[in-house]
Design a protein around this ligand. Structure first.
Ligand code: ADP
Length: 602
């Protein structure tokens, strides 16, 4: 029994929390919604009363115009409030959802690192709490759960009012109908709860469905070239089936088990009709009261209806619990949305001291005992086979992950103890998969130093990167919108985009970031731009520490120092000529790239 009491208490607490979510919408829309709900709740009992007045007047007989008009107005008000309720509920739900989405975004941004974004528990809960995509057949949303809860609250109020009025004539019937209606509602709700739980458990499959639908757009070119349309459609169907089938399978037994509730409701309906009717036949209930009682019984019974809101609430409760889990884990993380400002400090001395690192959930370390010094102002090239850990090293350096063993120091201070925002304000990074911001050319360059817009510096950075804002590719110069999907936007070639991203990095450098990381900066450049890259870009940032990650040895050969990573450690280090003399792994790489051209030449 105490268990049952606890369950009811927590159910009530959760329902109240759902209602409190309405505060995330605008107060005008929420108050408007409450007002139409109130209208819709009082209309049925008032309609019953007005109908009885019409019958009474007709029986008297006396003019029934006024009660008829009142009845007509009430019916009209009922209809209008029904329509208004739907529209307003949609607006309120959308606003609550927008607020929940932004809360999830804040939670995702809160941690300093990015490990949580690769964690499937995080991804599942983020999807559960902020997911609504009716195009994919999912309608789970905290917004519709909150408005659904409001609907049910007013429906209960309306049923209680009808019960009270009916009880004036038939107290036993009224109470019995209410108890049965509430009981059946709770039985049906429990059954739907099981279905909501089953759907909730398929979050990963639902993410796959979403991923595949995105892929159809992002991978449109490759899918066409390889003729993968059918394959993709098949995978989509498979994933959609895997995510929905367990719930469908549970749905049939649930529906089958509901037969007796239909029977009980039918018996109650007969009783609701028969008891007042037999009283009328016996002459103890006038015709006008008979009409009122019948209408009140119908309005009371409306509470058993399991509309969409009942599902919305069950799904929404899972969404709310997912949001709670995210808040518990990340709600206390550092301030969100901190815009790093370049500090203008000198390039630092960085040491990787016996660093070991294993990705969360991975069984093999990427680094074991890595020791490396990056001296202020030098250009260090990182080379190594695919998977050697070059990108991971960059992420560790940016503080996006922390070493699992050993430490990284910056001018002698452990990076783990430094304010990550202040540290990142000293770094400029050109990632391999750099961002193509859907904004102007100016923003695409100047965003690396927010708040420091200087068009001359933007142009200079673009020129140093090998581009020019007077190029026909930029019809509106720095104002050219680089978003081809917009009406007035343009798209660039891969190489032009890379030049813009390099310019972004150079702009960050002139704004005071003195540690630059360039991950495969020449991957998309044409041969002449690639050949020119070192002289044009790296030499232009002399005095800055630059870390150059590249497979292209023509890009890295001029670096002050080249570091070859292998088996989680530094295997070789030295200048290009020192490493060639060493005749180890780097020399082998170099020959592999150089030989085909030399043979052609011979
Ligand atoms: P490189 O840049 O040298 O090609 P990476 O640093 O990208 O190598 O990867 C090093 C190793 O870490 C690889 O074995 C890769 O599979 C693994 N790895 C990279 N990112 C992750 C991740 N987010 N989670 C788990 N393992 C990862």
């Amino acid at each position: 029994m105490p268990q049952a009491g606890k369950a009811v208490r927590s159910l009530i607490v959760e329902r109240i929390r759902l209602l409190r979510l309405l505060g995330r919408s605008s107060s005008g829309a929420t108050l408007g919604l409450c007002a139409v709900h109130l209208l819709a709740a009082v209309t049925p009992p008032l309609t019953a009363y007005a109908a009885s007045l019409v019958v009474e007047a007709m029986n008297a007989p006396r003019p029934a115009l006024v009660p008829c008009v009142v009845l007509g107005v009430l019916l009209l008000v009922g209809e209008i409030s029904d329509q208004g309720r739907e529209g307003l509920a949609h607006v309120v739900a959308m606003r609550v959802e927008a607020s929940v989405r932004s809360a999830v975004r804040r939670l995702a941004l809160a941690p300093d690192g990015i490990g949580h974004l690769e964690n499937s528990d995080f991804a599942d809960d983020a999807m559960r709490s902020a997911d609504r995509d009716s195009a994919l057949g999912r309608s789970r949303s905290l917004g519709s759960a909150a408005t659904g809860q409001l609907t049910i609250m007013f429906r209960v109020l309306s049923a209680l009012a009808s019960t009270a009025l009916l009880a004036a004539y038939f107290p036993v019937l009224a109470v019995a109908l209410l108890v049965v209606a509430l009981f059946i509602r709770s039985v049906i709700r429990r059954q739907w709860t099981a279905l909501a739980k089953s759907l909730d458990a398929r979050a990963q499959d639902q993410r796959m469905v979403y991923y595949l639908s995105e892929l159809a757009v992002r991978g449109a070119a490759e899918i066409r070239v390889f003729g993968l349309g059918d394959w993709l459609a098949g995978r989509f169907r498979g994933a959609a089936f895997a995510s929905a089938a367990p719930t469908w399978r549970r749905m049939w037994p649930v529906l089958r088990r509901q037969w007796w509730t239909v029977l009980v409701l039918a018996v109650c309906a007969v009783a609701a009709l028969a008891v007042p009717a037999s009283a009328a036949l016996a002459g103890t209930l006038p015709a006008d009261r008979l009409v009122a009682c019948l209408l009140l019984a119908v309005s009371l019974f409306a509470i058993t209806a399991m509309g969409q809101e009942a599902f919305d609430i069950e799904y929404g409760l899972h969404a709310m619990r997912a949001l709670d889990r995210l808040t518990d884990r990340f709600g206390t993380a550092a301030a969100v949305g901190v815009v790093p400002r370049p500090t203008g400090s000198a390039p630092p001395l960085i040491r990787f001291e016996n660093v070991g690192f294993t990705y969360p959930g991975a069984d093999r370390p990427v680094f074991a005992g890595l020791t490396l010094t990056l001296r202020p102002g030098e250009t260090v090239a990182l080379v190594g086979e695919n998977g050697a850990g070059k990108t991971t090293l960059v992420k560790l350096l940016c503080g996006l992950y922390r070493p699992t063993v050993g430490r990284i120091t910056v001018d002698g201070q452990d990076l783990a103890t430094m304010d990550p925002h202040a540290w990142r304000a000293r770094i400029g990074v050109l990632f391999q998969d750099f961002i193509r911001y859907p904004s102007t050319l100016r923003d695409n360059i100047a965003l690396s130093a927010p708040g420091q817009q200087d068009d001359d510096a933007v142009r200079a950075a673009l020129r140093a990167a090998g581009g020019d804002d007077r190029d026909p590719a930029f019809p509106a110069g720095l104002d050219t919108r680089l978003w081809a999907e917009g009406a007035d936007g343009v798209d660039l070639s891969g190489g032009q985009w890379q030049q813009v991203a390099i310019a972004r990095l150079l702009y960050a450098r002139q704004a005071g970031r003195h540690l630059l990381v360039l991950d495969e900066p020449t991957a998309h450049l044409d041969m002449s731009a690639e050949a020119d890259f070192y002289r044009r870009v790296i030499r232009s940032v002399s005095g800055t520490t630059a870390i150059l990650v590249s497979h292209r040895l023509s890009t890295v050969r001029h670096a002050d120092r080249i570091v070859l990573l292998r088996d989680g450690q530094v295997a070789e280090r030295g200048t290009h000529s020192e490493l060639l003399t060493l005749d180890g792994g780097y020399a082998r790489f170099f020959r592999l790239q150089a030989e085909p051209f030399q043979e052609e030449h011979r």
